[in-house]
Design a protein around this ligand. Structure first.
Ligand code: ADP
Ligand code: MG
Length: 248
């Protein structure tokens, strides 16, 4: 493990009813690094990240995860969130009936001597919205927002919990081109702030643009991890499908 590694996942094996979805996958992450995870549908990308963020708890998989040098033994996502690991899932989890502010502080309200401190929460919400470049009122009901904006509120929520590793699972799938550009700008800015990011996407142009390194998995197996500058989108596809592009 190099000194700057914030995370190493070593030989992760995860089975569902005895059937392996991950067959020994390695992944590492440096501080402020963006690593993309590429693979066909069903290759195990989401499962690997659910192992990392505690959806699949310690004991339900084989292999070892080290976070900031310590073995990670999370029982659930609350454990990993406290440590600074946040996953934005493919299915968004905000409460549409509540405001942006209420969603950001749900279960973590700021209070002074037992009384909710809305003024403080308002200020904090404003700061978080600014970090994700969202120009909306903290009072906006989430249900009124478009899917792209909701995605950004999810990221703001993760940042509010001091995420040091942000996992984005196919975040751009429902986004327009301009919303995707905003998202990529935010990921680049987070990299400057030394937040690390695992980015999952099928859109390889995006992957090439945003990543420092690219990790390819196929059928639960780790195929390769390369510097993004070293591989072309055709190389990535070949590794994803296990054949030369010319044979496709
Ligand atoms: P990807 O995100 O790369 O599309 P997944 O990690 O979602 O792939 O799935 C990898 C494999 O594990 C698939 O065969 C999928 O059906 C299986 N799988 C994922 N989650 C579960 C689960 N909770 N129970 C049973 N099988 C699962
Ligand atoms: Mg998935």
């Amino acid at each position: 493990m190099s000194e700057a590694s914030i995370l190493t996942m070593h030989q992760i094996v995860k089975k569902f009813s005895g059937v392996p979805a991950l067959k020994g996958v390695d992944l590492s992450l440096q501080r402020g690094e963006v690593v993309s995870l590429c693979g066909e549908n069903g290759s195990g990308k989401s499962t690997l990240m659910k192992v990392l963020c505690g959806v699949h708890p310690h004991g339900s998989y084989e292999g070892e995860i080290r976070y900031k040098g310590e073995v990670l033994k999370a029982s659930n996502i609350a454990d990993t969130e406290k440590l600074g690991i946040a996953m934005i899932h493919q299915e968004l989890t905000l409460v549409k009936e509540l405001s942006v502010l209420e969603n950001l502080f749900l279960g973590a309200e700021i209070s002074q001597r037992g009384i909710l401190d809305y003024a403080q929460m308002y200020v904090e919400t404003g700061k978080l919205l600014k970090r994700v470049k969202l120009d909306i009122s903290p009072d906006t009901r989430v249900g009124e927002l478009g899917v792209g904006q909701q995605q950004l509120v999810e990221i703001a929520k993760a940042l509010g919990k001091n995420a040091e590793i942000l996992i984005l699972d196919e975040p751009s799938a429902p986004l327009t081109e301009s919303e995707t550009e905003v998202l990529l700008d935010i990921v680049k800015q987070l990299r400057e702030e030394k937040v690390s990011c695992v980015y999952i996407s099928h859109k390889l142009n995006e992957v090439k643009e945003i990543s420092d390194r690219i990790c390819v998995i196929r059928d639960g197996e780790h195929i390769a991890t390369r510097d993004a500058s070293e591989i072309s989108t055709n190389d990535i596809i070949s590794m994803m499908v296990g054949r030369e592009m010319t044979q496709l």
